[in-house]
Write a protein that binds this ligand. Structure first.
Ligand code: ZN
Length: 114
């Protein structure tokens, strides 16, 4: 990774963190959206891909940070439609209604307690 790329990488993670901060400390999502769209632009210009962990929390339609209970709600897909091991949770963006699907059964990660 070149120095310039590293610099851009820092910018992206800074913007992402700022977007999170703004969402938690202001009632309006538009400020955090602005940071997210800037982070996206930086990644496009520098041909750096957004980290999958970052990508999965961004609404692809309205650039909203998807925070459960704040900007998105989580539903479970109807279990009758598919096998239990394929259960997926459905994230619904409160801003624009776009949905994201994530597998529910994540065997590798254990829930943190205490
Ligand atoms: Zn959205």
């Amino acid at each position: 990774m070149s120095g310039k790329q590293q610099d851009q990488h820092c910018r992206i993670s800074y913007l992402y963190q700022a977007a999170h901060y703004l969402l938690q400390h202001t009632e309006e999502a538009k400020f955090s959206k602005h940071y997210i769209s800037t982070a996206k632009q930086v990644s496009q210009k520098s041909v750096l891909r957004l980290h999958p962990n970052i990508k999965r929390t961004i609404c692809k339609k309205c650039n909203c940070l998807m925070v459960i209970g704040k900007t998105c709600s989580v539903r479970t897909e109807e279990p009758s439609k598919r096998k239990p091991e394929c259960d997926r949770s459905l994230w619904v963006c409160n801003e624009c209604g776009t949905t994201k699907r994530f597998p529910l059964s994540n065997g590798k990660k254990k829930k943190k307690e205490g």
